[in-house]
Design a protein around this ligand. Structure first.
Ligand code: ADE
Length: 226
């Protein structure tokens, strides 16, 4: 998989790709992540990429021309399955969306800034819009990092144990069951006995039941969706 990220602030996007599972996926060439500085596509002497909104109002708007030039330059190199604009009014990211995106070959992520991008970008240049939640970030970069992490860990072979992504919260529409490790007792706080019983079918049944109970208690809306 290849992910191209168009941004005004690539420095905001460094560390999430330099550690842990995502770094390993890049090192193992399961995914290539490439940053493109939008200012490099400005035709303006000062490399300006934003301007005042037509009709007045507070804040600056990212202009369509540099975004178009950057997207066209990328599209001249390869076909893209999706060109995604990160925006708080996009479709809410969830696990099933991450699963679907992880199957793509090439995607572009466009990070907005200031008041956002010229509406014509949204109407003519991108294929979808994604939000990571009902709150407003200063720009799309952190949202893009979150989206990338959620996708990259799902690429086959990225997680050592293939089953570990399958046991994540949400993967089966339920929250994950509680997990424990040694010691069996800490300050008198015990690990549930079933987990140390060695009875695998019973352990599995317990985990399923706990996943269901936690979901019912914490996120009953997830059960309504099924
Ligand atoms: N840009 C600013 N806020 C955002 C959000 N919540 N999700 C995606 N992109 C954003």
């Amino acid at each position: 998989m290849r992910i191209d990220i168009i941004t005004l602030f690539p420095e905001l996007l460094q560390s999430p790709f330099e550690a842990s599972i995502v770094k390993r996926a890049i090192t193992q060439q399961k995914v290539g992540v490439h940053f493109h500085q939008l200012r490099d596509y400005s035709s303006n002497n000062q490399n300006q990429v934003d301007d005042y909104p037509y009709g007045g109002g507070a804040g600056m708007v990212v202009m369509i021309e540099p975004i178009d030039k950057c997207i066209q330059a990328l599209k001249a190199e390869r076909d893209y399955d999706a060109i995604i604009y990160l925006t708080p009014d996009g479709e809410r990211l969830n696990q099933s969306k991450a699963n679907a995106l992880s199957l793509h070959q090439n995607i572009i992520l466009l990070c907005g800034h200031y008041k956002g991008v010229d509406q014509r970008v949204r109407e003519h240049l991108i294929t979808e819009e994604i939000s990571i939640g009902d709150f407003v970030l200063s720009g799309g970069e952190l949202a893009a990092a979150v989206l990338c992490d959620s996708i990259i860990r799902l690429i086959p072979g990225v997680l050592g144990d293939e089953s570990s992504a399958l046991s994540d919260s949400f993967q089966d529409g339920l929250l994950a069951p509680p997990i424990y490790t040694r010691p069996e007792s800490y300050k008198g706080w015990q690990v549930p006995q079933i987990l140390t019983s060695g009875n695998t079918p019973k352990v599995e049944a317990w985990r399923e039941e706990m996943a269901y109970q936690r979901t019912q208690a914490l996120r009953p809306d997830l059960l309504d969706d099924n």
